[in-house]
Design a protein around this ligand. Structure first.
Ligand code: NDP
Length: 292
């Protein structure tokens, strides 16, 4: 954004930039160059995960950008098979060494995976990592209201964020209202519906009326609704476009027009159907063999 991104307060002095770069599904060979370019252009937040297999390349990209690494907010996530308490702590050490000791700002449970371990146990381990000062904030991803209620009943701290699929075709109103009531920040994965927004005539019309691109309209819609986003792009022009969101705003009517609910707008699996193995961001089901 042209104006400084003030970020969202996660408590204890931690500020999460609202705009970031997602590197899910980005091949390791390309990740370093894309991250270095994005950070040099002004991105200050990178969303990765142990499962993406590109944490070392994220670190190299940040280092190569010429920007102070401590000014770039890094999120990573617990991977499949590392959900039991001691496994979480060991799995965190792997990500911590790949990303650079002490460089993970936010650590998330990637999917609840109740078939691997009790996710309350997983959450307890994340809270310990935060209490020990290994990570600045902790949260979850792909949790629905029932799973968040289980965490609430455990007496453990509330997750700072829940990272969920959210875009114009799948707006998750009930879940985001729950987040708002409980002080949980909504992070939207697939904010551009993995490219589907670009074929939408209503969004195209709105964009041309405003003299913006479809991506700018949709990303501005997310930010105005108070969400955190990290669209993925590997392209210089599109990375720049996605950052230019501060010099316009959408009216209430335009905010409503961006919502394009469809009968089956969800792109990823329903979290309750993912029990033992998490899907990768391209929709395939994978395990990171190097971590077995
Ligand atoms: P996005 O909604 O970010 O869409 C990415 C696609 O949009 C790419 O094909 C990209 O192509 C294209 N694109 C980006 N900007 C523009 C633009 N300005 N104009 C035209 N096309 C554009 O999908 P993602 O699935 O990548 O989601 C973002 C991030 O969310 C991931 O990278 C990952 O970090 C996270 N995620 C988390 C999940 C979870 O379970 N927690 C699951 C899935 C994603 P191009 O590169 O050619 O520009």
């Amino acid at each position: 954004m042209n104006e400084p991104d003030q970020g969202v307060d996660l408590g204890l002095g931690v500020r999460l930039p609202r705009m970031g770069l997602g590197v899910g599904g980005l091949e390791p060979e390309r990740t370093g160059a894309v991250v270095a370019l994005a950070v040099s252009m002004g991105y200050r937040h990178v969303d990765t995960a142990q499962m993406y297999g590109n944490e070392e390349e994220v670190r190299r990209g940040v280092e190569d950008s010429g920007v102070d690494p401590s000014s770039v907010f890094i999120t990573s996530k617990v991977t499949t098979g590392r959900h039991r308490y001691d496994d979480v702590l060991r799995g965190f050490d792997v990500s911590d060494s790949r990303l650079g000791a002490g460089r993970i700002d936010l650590y998330l449970i990637h999917w609840p995976l109740p078939g691997v371990a009790d996710y309350v146990e997983t959450w307890r381990a994340l809270c310990r990592l935060r209490d020990d000062g290994r990570v600045r904030a902790v949260g979850v991803s792909n949790f629905g209201i029932p799973q968040l209620e289980v965490l609430a009943a455990s007496g453990l701290p509330t997750p700072a964020v829940n990272q969920v699929e959210l875009h114009p075709y799948f707006v998750q109103t009930e879940l985001t209202e729950y987040h708002a009531r409980h002080g949980i920040v909504t992070e939207a994965w697939a904010p551009l519906a993995q490219g589907r927004v670009f074929d939408d005539p209503v969004l195209e019309d709105l964009a041309s009326e405003r003299g913006r691109t479809v991506s700018q309209i949709v990303l501005r819609w997310h930010l105005q609704a108070g969400r955190v986003v990290f669209p993925k792009s590997t392209n210089h022009v599109r990375l720049a476009q996605n950052l230019r969101l501060a010099d316009f705003s959408l009216s209430e009517d335009e905010m409503r027009q961006v919502v394009r609910p469809q009968h089956d707008g969800r792109l990823g699996p329903r979290p309750e159907d993912v029990v033992e193995e998490m899907p990768d961001p391209r929709g395939d089901s994978v395990l990171d063999d190097r971590l077995r």
